[in-house]
Design a binder for this molecule. Sequence first.
Ligand SMILES: Nc1ncnc2c1ncn2[C@@H]1O[C@H](COP(=O)(O)OP(=O)(O)OP(=O)(O)O)[C@@H](O)[C@H]1O
Length: 238
Amino acid sequence: MFLKRIELQGDRTLPFHTYPFSIPAIKNIGQLDLTNKVTFFVGENGTGKSTLLEAIADKAGFNTAGGGRNNYYDVPASESALGDYIRLSWMPKATNGFFLRAESFYNFATHIDSVGAQGAYGGRSLHHQSHGESFFSLFLNRFKGNAIYLLDEPEAALSPQRQLSLLRILHDLEVAGDSQFIIATHSPILLGYPNAVILSFDDEKIQEIDYEMTEHYQITSYFLQHRKKFLQEIFRDS
Ligand SMILES: Nc1ncnc2c1ncn2[C@@H]1O[C@H](COP(=O)(O)OP(=O)(O)OP(=O)(O)O)[C@@H](O)[C@H]1O
């Protein structure tokens, strides 16, 4: 474990009508304790998961466009609006890590090509691999432990089988004992990882939720078990 606590600073004086403080979960962060090596952020689209993850990446010294400490490149509108307003408590401070943004991974791949660092990613340009293969090259080659990994929707490019393989990578790094993961996800497969804390952004305040209580689990489970009925309900009156 590296990151133990996230605190919002100066809560009384913040501009609550403007982004990012207009987001209920962000406005009411207060003090958020991280207790497990694997933490998931879940919630409906637009509830602030990426906003918080990006702010953590910013304060941790990672490139908010995606990458680690030494990946200098720019992507429009990738700066963190929240980073200056949160305080992180470390024990100990992580010096290594990676911030995966699915949405700007293409730019990250271009950056890796431009600095000739393909060797660190399996020896092949990330652009010459499929979207899912390139994500997986990152996990296999760059995730070596003794680090904090901030992953924003890592499932975006992964098949269900590869999501299971990612669970195995998480497990191996967690068992080795010196890695921490904070993962924003919509994947009911990833959320099933054992011993993780799931934090829901769906209400006024971020709070822990059981796996089986997440919409991701409930809707997926219901859909798979009652697909025809579910579709009839959705298409009714259309
Ligand atoms: N730079 C910005 N300026 C203004 N509003 C923004 C900005 N970035 C995000 N928002 C808004 O803030 C809200 C939270 O966005 P955020 O990307 O953190 O959501 P999210 O929970 O990660 O969503 P998703 O699950 O769709 O990825 C959204 O309503 C979004 O439109």
